[in-house]
Design a protein around this ligand. Structure first.
Ligand SMILES: [Mg+2]
Length: 451
């Protein structure tokens, strides 16, 4: 336990094409129209969330930073950016994720502002997964610093023992700077909420018989999925508190959300196991933190377009077809998400058409002066491309084949020249470099992602 840092660094072998993974989103995404559910009578899920992950990795890897308040920032040499992770010392001074660089310096004059090191975080991520797996199998990796596990009978009998064993393993493997908060509950959503209740280094167990219990002490915005606009809609509907939210009916939340997500949240809060976790190959997605001068709708769309084309290329390389395309926009105070049915497609045109439609909806939904800090796109509801079912009601197959042929031809040429020679529409990467390599959804990027 005294020499874990060197052990940690030994495992962080740099490979030139592992640059990836900053903001990782919802990999555990499973859009379902009809809800399949069950009400577990005990805790079944564990959720683990590393505390101030990026800052903790920086502290672990760079001894010179230890003991200082640290804020990780996306870009150097600009004040028009914000802190994307802070360690405990910085948090105690009020520097939280999303605080501007100017405010961070004002709140905490001795803060060390460190530009992000995506490759380092990715290597730390993989190293930490190994540590957790030495104690309990990982069921799903939800983001670069969050994962879930299923509890077996022994774990359910002694959840505290399990939590302590995981924490001890991580300490021994990588040192004292990388701590995690663990939640256990009847379902994944409640386990995540439990993990958030006691940070850092917490261990919280929410048993089904105790519900709603401690949930009622939370502010609405502590519930994952209740952000800016949804919170406004809840307040408009007279739902100000967790107690009021608890007393709603499933259909009422469905109406407030405008889709099945609200209903799903209701069942999750009430202790139901709502959705099956997707397989490890759940989606092909890309995301990017936009540089300050690219945060208007016009530039952000350009970035989204490139990310879509790159994700579609990976989808084809992986020999998958996708049924759904999703777009996520993250602003400072609000997030926006929309999805479109594709009908078993993997060509650029299908993705770009879905993106364009979603973009129009987002522009209608959001204030015109919105500043889009991050853009993420993903193809999901996957099916191996050799398992296609022709759905003649859904698509004009001849047209679809034409677009597929075009995408395949572009892939062949780009592959031959090892860069982007041919693409649908202009290819203008945003300042700061490659569209695809900066952020990824819990996966090891392929070399082609860096064209
Ligand atoms: Mg975290």
């Amino acid at each position: 336990m005294n020499v874990p840092i060197s052990t940690f660094l030994q495992h962080l072998k740099f490979t030139p094409f592992t640059v990836c993974s900053i903001f990782v989103l919802i990999v555990c995404h499973d859009p379902i129209e009809s809800l399949h559910m069950r009400k577990p009578d005990t805790i079944e899920r564990l959720y683990l969330d590393f505390d101030g992950f990026f800052a903790a990795v920086e502290e672990t890897a760079r001894p010179a930073l230890r003991g200082k308040p640290i804020g990780v920032i996306p870009f150097e040499h600009t004040t028009a950016t914000m802190v994307i992770a802070a360690n405990r010392k910085a948090k105690l001074k009020g520097v939280k994720t999303g605080v501007s660089v100017t405010d961070a310096r004002r709140l905490c004059p001795d803060i060390a502002l460190v530009p992000q090191s995506p490759d380092l975080y990715e290597r730390a991520h993989r190293r930490l997964l190994l540590s957790v797996e030495r104690v309990i199998p990982i069921d799903a990796v939800c983001s670069i610093d969050e994962l879930t596990c299923r509890l077996d009978k022994g774990d359910i009998r002694d959840p505290h023992g399990l939590g302590q064993r995981i924490k001890a393993r991580i300490r021994e493997d990588v040192g004292d700077y990388l701590t995690c908060s663990i939640g256990m509950a009847p379902n994944r959503q409640l386990a995540k909420i439990a993990a958030d209740m006691d940070k850092p280094d917490g261990l919280t167990i929410l048993r089904p018989e105790e519900l709603p219990g401690r949930l009622l002490t939370l502010p609405l915005e502590d519930i994952p999925g209740i952000g800016g606009r949804i919170k406004t809609r809840l307040i408009d509907a007279g739902i100000w508190t967790m107690e009021a939210l608890w007393k709603t009916q499933p259909k009422q939340l469905r109406a407030i959300w405008g889709n099945v997500t609200g209903e799903r949240l209701w069942y999750a809060l009430h202790g139901y196991e709502v959705q099956a976790l997707p397989t490890s190959r759940a989606m092909f997605g890309h995301g990017r933190v936009l540089p300050p001068e690219w945060r208007d709708f016009t530039h952000a769309f350009e970035a989204a377009r490139l990310l879509t084309i790159k994700a579609a290329r990976r989808l084809r390389r992986g020999k998958y077809l996708a049924n759904t395309f999703g777009l996520w926009l993250m602003m400072k105070e609000d997030n926006w998400h929309g999805e479109r049915r594709l009908g078993e497609a993997n060509d650029d045109h299908a993705g770009l058409t879905a993106l364009t439609t979603l973009w129009q909806i987002a522009r209608r939904d959001l204030p015109s002066r919105s500043r889009i800090v991050q853009v993420h796109v993903a193809f999901y509801d996957l099916k191996p491309s050799d398992a296609r079912q022709l759905d003649l009601l859904e698509q004009d197959d001849a047209v679809r084949r034409k677009w597929e042929k075009l995408s395949e031809a572009a892939d062949a040429i780009n592959s031959k020249y090892a860069k982007t020679v041919l693409s649908v529409g202009p290819w203008t990467p945003p300042p700061g470099g490659y569209a695809g390599g900066k952020i990824a959804f819990s996966r090891v990027p392929d070399m082609e992602d860096f064209w």
